[in-house]
Design a protein around this ligand. Sequence first.
Ligand code: CTP
Ligand code: MG
Length: 554
Amino acid sequence: FKRLYRLHYCSSRRASAKNVVVEAETSVKKDHCETGGKKSFYDLLEERGEQAARSLLISCPSNTCEKKFLKHMSTHGDINKYFFYESFGTYAVVEFAKKEGVFSVLERASLPHLQHEAAVPFKSRLLSLKTDKLGDVPNSQKSIKFLNQTSMPVNDLIKKLSKEDSIDQQLYSLTEAYQLTEENIRLRFLVCSLLKDIAASYFPECSIKPFGSSVNGFGKLGCDLDMFLDLDGISEAAPKQVRAYSLEYQLKRTSTERAATQSILSVIGECVDQFGPGCVGMQKILNARCPLVRFSHQPSGFQCDLTANNRVAMKSSELLYLYGQLDERVRALVFSVRCWARVQGITSNIPGAWLTNFTITVMVIFFLQKRSPPMIPILDHLQKLAGPMDKSTIDGNDCTFVSDLTKVKVQNNTETLEHLLPEFFEFYGNFDFNKLSINIRKGKEQTKTEASPLHIQNPFEQSLNVSRNVNATQLQRFVLLCQESAWLVQQNEVARRSSATGNTPWGLAALLVPLAAATKGKKRGTQTPASRIKGLLESLKSSKSQASNNGIKA
Ligand code: CTP
Ligand code: MG
């Protein structure tokens, strides 16, 4: 992320004002694919956080003239990057080169004059552009290029993938279509930064960091925004000196750390709800194992989960990020299996007894550790590679592992994705879930010690089962669909692109058509391959019309 790529696509739109707009682009795709110079997770978080602190989110009238808007903004300072997107209205994200640019805008911004309503006078970096002084240009909206913040509907994806020449290409193409864009990542960090401004009223040294799929490299456009209110910076006081007198802060005491987390989240959640512009639908879920507050941030369209004291989850995000960076096949396989799981109804947006994306990601990692030779190392090995700075113990759990990606030796596994995809389905289609538990720390199956249908050891809190929520029915559906998919993808009609029509779903695209037979519990082998393929193509047609009726997205 350190390298800055000058972008040319906006160069013709540069403002002619005194201050220039320097388009600085950090290519996420490039970063995931390059082998050298990769950033550690924490450097990435820091750099993105700092970028967000210099940014503003501005609601604009739909007929805003981009050139005039930019000219106006540039009078406050040099602009590093800007972009427009639509989410119940037109919004612009503007990143200044220096924080002074933001201060200058805020200093000159006015308060709204409301006639029939009252407002909480909480000033934030979410602003509205008033165009009367800039002068409207009718129909000028044509000049604004909106950047998409949602993922492609699955039927469009199936068509796109069907045109690819190889299954490997299909998996990479799916990843490219679904992964978070540079702009979407910026928007996620900006929302964290806006929320930090609210929490900072009480805890000036706090930070709000995104974790989970927003930062672990496996996020799909439209995924939720998991955030962690980090108060640890506060405890880092200057080293104690031995003196006759010293002073300490008096602090409110609580019975347990959990009680403190609950009360902090409750108060911050209340402030976000009452004062945070654009934050709606606040739910406090404080009795969960990991207390959280959930709300929608309307201007970005993100569903937000804010937790506190959740450093272990931050570590598992870092671990997933590291695995995704080690080999580009990891992300391609995870994205594809996650998409397959969503289409086949194995995962869901609604919480319940389903497998989750996180569970599926850990299962893919385990599968890749078990290849011969392994594609990625086990966690115990990553722990051995750790340097002194990587030492980390959280709530008594050793969370140490290497952060410097260059210290991890590239494995010599050369399997293609075309080979790995059916192998994944075979592996879990035949896995003895009754007796065995999955453990990515050891990279080995272990004897199950508890009754849950699916047991996946949390890599850091080893007594916890990541998939405790999954019931026997959902696990059985997953196994059946793995068997069905392993079989299907090896059929000639599906394994190879038909030369006759480029649009017939094949390879990965064929697996993204809901497999009705498996979900109804029918066993394979009761139909001939030809009738299965025919059934598959028919189900594509029906799912096409259903999806367009329901607006379904994978
Ligand atoms: N997490 C965990 N144990 C679980 C569930 C979640 O440690 N049983 C942590 C993981 O670090 C996970 C993060 O919490 O990445 C966020 O959880 P969730 O939002 O469910 O998963 P994501 O990975 O963000 O995937 P999604 O795109 O579905 O949101
Ligand atoms: Mg998430």
